[in-house]
Design a protein around this ligand. Structure first.
Ligand code: ADP
Ligand code: MG
Length: 322
């Protein structure tokens, strides 16, 4: 059982940033309006995610960590065949399999909270404690029991940079949630949760970028998009500044990238890429989601229409400038 959990964990938990991603997504799913991510030693030594979401009921606590661990996966071979189905219900068990986990949680309708400890998949304790509503999840010493995996980690600085990138993306995808990042006891990021995307861009990218943005928005029956695009003057030599989110998720899409880049085509030098921060809200019936272990693939029904609309929206904003 432990070995199987460790193998499964390898698919979900590659590095500290993957732990932070899963835990912050859980916090978002729990309806949190404020989430704090704190790391030390690049997250290898210490990760703490605190949210003010719905909490986990005491009787559901051990289940949350065990779910799917036996029912779905019976052998390492099985694991390969089910992996393409995604990892629903596998994050907590995976993180607990490869680190030392401490969780403090309280639901709104309970008087006391619970503290639960599980290390390398072994339950250590479950006790009542006083706690605010919400959940605090701590993961210590990632891969402490799988030295081979630990060897693949980069330096604390590099792993920490991956965590920071990820937390920034999450902050940008959810302007309605106040997000804070603390690295080695220092505040690195704090968004207000006041729904203002431009404030978050300012916080992360600074004044020069923020001064060169054009607002865009379009609404169609199939989707709605709004956000900001950068003037060609702040173009980059790589695609790192091409950001777009679909229904609150940071994703990559060849179709959207092409729509953006073609929209800029006559305004931009070759091999330059724009700054964009676009939030798409798409009706689920227009998207096919294919979740893979390592990536999320999206296909749009009537992608042609989406392409054209986005391309024209960008051309319109750029041609109207100054
Ligand atoms: P999944 O998110 O796919 O359901 P996870 O392993 O990530 O699987 O989480 C298992 C379950 O634990 C969730 O379905 C949820 O019920 C509960 N849970 C996890 N994190 C939180 C949290 N921060 N707040 C409330 N409930 C949580
Ligand atoms: Mg989850």
């Amino acid at each position: 059982q432990n070995t199987i959990n460790q193998i499964a964990a390898g698919e979900v938990v590659e590095r500290p940033a993957s732990v932070v991603k899963e835990l912050m997504e859980n916090a978002i799913d729990a309806g949190a309006t404020a989430i704090t991510a704190e790391i030390r030693e690049g997250g290898i030594g210490f990760i703490r995610i605190t949210d003010n979401g719905c909490g986990i009921k005491r009787e559901e606590l051990p289940l949350a960590f065990l779910r799917h661990s036996t029912s779905k996966i019976r052998s390492a071979e099985d694991l390969l065949t089910v992996s393409s189905l995604g990892f629903r219900g596998e994050a907590l068990s995976s993180i607990a399999a490869v680190s030392q986990v401490e969780l403090i949680t309280k639901t709104g309708d309970s008087l006391t909270g619970c503290r639960y400890q599980i290390e390398g998949g072994q339950e250590k304790s479950l006790e009542e404690v006083g706690a605010p509503d919400g959940t605090t999840f701590i993961s210590r010493n990632l891969f402490f029991n799988t030295p081979a995996r630990r060897k693949f980690l980069k330096t604390a600085a590099t792993e920490g940079a991956h965590v920071a990138d990820l937390v920034e993306k999450i902050a940008l995808s959810h302007p309605e949630i106040s997000i804070r990042l603390i690295v080695n006891n220092q505040n690195k990021l704090h968004t207000s949760g006041n729904h203002n995307l431009k404030d978050i861009i300012y916080t992360i990218y600074g004044r020069e970028i923020t001064a060169e943005l054009l607002p865009v928005s379009v609404e169609t029956e199939m989707f709605q998009v709004s956000g900001f695009i950068g003037k060609p003057s702040i173009a980059r030599g790589n695609r790192n500044f091409e950001n777009y989110f679909i229904n609150g998720r940071y994703i990559k899409s060849g179709l959207i990238a092409k729509a953006i880049e073609d929209g800029y085509k006559s305004y931009m030098m070759q091999h330059k890429y724009p700054f964009t921060m676009l939030h798409f809200t798409v009706e689920p019936e227009y998207i096919d989601v294919n979740v893979h272990p390592s990536k999320m693939e999206l296909r749009f029904k009537d992608g042609e229409f989406l392409y054209k609309t986005v391309c024209q929206m960008i051309q319109g904003a750029l041609s109207g400038r100054e």
